[in-house]
Design a protein around this ligand. Structure first.
Ligand SMILES: [Zn+2]
Length: 474
């Protein structure tokens, strides 16, 4: 790690570089040890120094003037601040200086440097390898053909900045960006400019805008008819999968009816009568002994996704604690595996199905203002998207819809590199924002999803894609 100080020479900000190897040993503070460094004072030509300096070395740190081995012996170098940063579009120094291993700054432009550093900035350097993309065949994509299978993939807290952060980190590639039919969903809830996940997901599952915190009920608490109820009349099955807790608002909006999203016990009770054939996610079932007894009469309840195979009995609850882990903490390919096992269990059924899979923790990364958390979760989610597109191409009767319930963190991208996958981002809030979120659609009837519309319209467009005659209240 180098220690850098900043000085101002006329209008330039300069950086002074300390070499740790020198500072780690007091004996090196002798003239003798500086001889190689003094020799370097001859370069570059034209820079004149009145005397050799032990503590201060006004040379230039950036090659081609010096080899790294030489630089390692130099205690301090004055350098141009521009070599450690770059300018943004309005000519101000950007915050990339914080990526340079700099621990200390010294400058007489203290206030301006403080302003740069105080911006909340997070950055990540993505892995060298990108996840491989599915190459779409666009089978019946955008065509007015029958839809038998519906896959709704909801990235909790996922707006365009989250998608683009993932795209950059994945070295300019993302499955979802191959989708050709795109819209924007306005996410405000009935009682608030900024939604939470409960009315956000309820809008999609019921077509009704409700109040913040309300799951599957309207603003007066009346129970709403949900997509799984509607398609069950056509004998279509429903699966709900989340890389989080399945009692949480987004998955619960597809089976629960509670005015408060925190009513976890109520959600479990609602599951007893819900039109759900498969539910997978984390959940400590032992907390609900009395409800669990009832649930176990209806459902095949398993504690791990690993035990699910193609002959597992339905209806099925998989309450697997692994689902609650973040990717960074070892969830690995749990979501992709859950999705594929669900496809295997449901695609035998001739009447079709609805799968709602939530990328739950993209939102958690946004709340934590951690770009690495956001991106690792988003890339996991994108791999499920690739599998969904592959399934859609295998039959030409699958509509895949990918969206978010809202954006989280007010993320903006202030720098990046497609080659290295490096990203700089700033979050403007620890909460949600009102910015509309993209809706991507793939497969037959995906052409219905263009435009800018309310999140409730996703529900109505799904009904239209299914040519459903169900008439919900609006
Ligand atoms: Zn959230």
């Amino acid at each position: 790690m180098r220690y850098c100080f900043l000085n101002i020479i006329t209008f330039l900000i300069s950086v002074t570089v300390f070499c740790k190897s020198v500072y780690s040993n007091a004996d090196t503070h002798t003239r003798k040890n500086y001889e190689p460094a003094r020799a370097l004072l001859q370069f570059p030509p034209g820079i004149i120094h009145s005397e050799p300096m032990v503590d201060f070395f006004p040379g230039y740190a950036v090659s081609p003037f010096y080899y790294q081995a030489e630089l390692n012996r130099i205690e301090m170098i004055t350098d141009n601040f521009r070599n450690y940063s770059s300018r943004n579009s309005i000519g101000k120094f950007r915050d990339t200086v914080t990526n340079q291993g700099v621990d200390y700054f010294k400058t007489n432009l203290k206030d301006s440097l403080n302003a740069v550093i105080k911006q909340k900035t997070d950055s990540l350097l993505a892995s060298k390898t990108a996840h491989s993309l599915y190459k779409p065949l666009y089978r019946n994509d955008g065509q007015n053909k029958p839809v038998k299978y519906i896959i709704i993939l909801i990235g909790d807290g996922t707006g365009l900045a989250q998608w683009y952060a993932g795209y950059t980190a994945n070295h300019a590639s993302l499955n979802v960006f191959a989708m050709r039919h795109i819209g924007l969903s306005k996410t405000s809830s009935l009682d608030n400019y900024i939604t939470d996940s409960a009315p956000g997901a309820t809008s999609i599952s019921s077509g009704v805008k409700t109040n913040n915190r309300a799951v599957g009920v309207d603003h007066k608490g009346a129970r709403l008819t949900l997509l799984p109820d509607i398609i069950a009349k056509r004998k279509m099955k429903t699966a709900i999968i989340t890389s989080g807790d399945f009692r949480d608002a987004t998955p619960a909006s597809f089976y629960g009816h509670r005015s408060l999203r925190s009513d976890f016990k109520g959600m479990m009770e609602d599951l007893v009568t819900a039109k759900v054939d498969i539910i997978m996610g984390a959940c400590n079932m032992a907390q609900y002994d009395s409800v669990s007894v009832i649930l176990k009469k209806k459902f095949n309840v398993l504690g791990s996704l690993n035990t699910v195979n193609k002959s597992t009995k339905l209806p099925l609850i998989v309450a697997d604690s692994v689902a609650a882990f973040s990717i960074q903490k070892g969830r690995n390919d749990w979501a992709t595996t859950a999705f594929q096992k669900t496809l295997q269990l449901l695609s035998k059924d001739k009447n079709g199905f609805l799968i709602m899979l939530e990328g739950a923790q993209i939102d958690h990364g946004g709340h934590a203002n951690q770009l690495t958390y956001v991106v690792s979760e988003l890339l996991d989610f994108d791999q499920v998207i690739g599998k969904a597109m592959e399934f859609a191409d295998s039959n030409g009767e699958t509509l895949v819809i990918v969206t978010g319930d809202h954006e989280t963190g007010g993320l903006t991208l202030t720098g990046g590199d497609y080659g290295t996958g490096m990203i700089n981002g700033q979050f403007s809030t620890g909460g949600h924002t009102a910015i509309p979120v993209p809706v991507f659609a793939y497969g037959p009837q995906s052409q219905l999803f263009g435009g800018v519309y309310e999140n409730t319209d996703i529900f109505f467009r799904i009904l239209k894609a299914l040519k459903s005659d169900y008439k919900p209240l609006r």
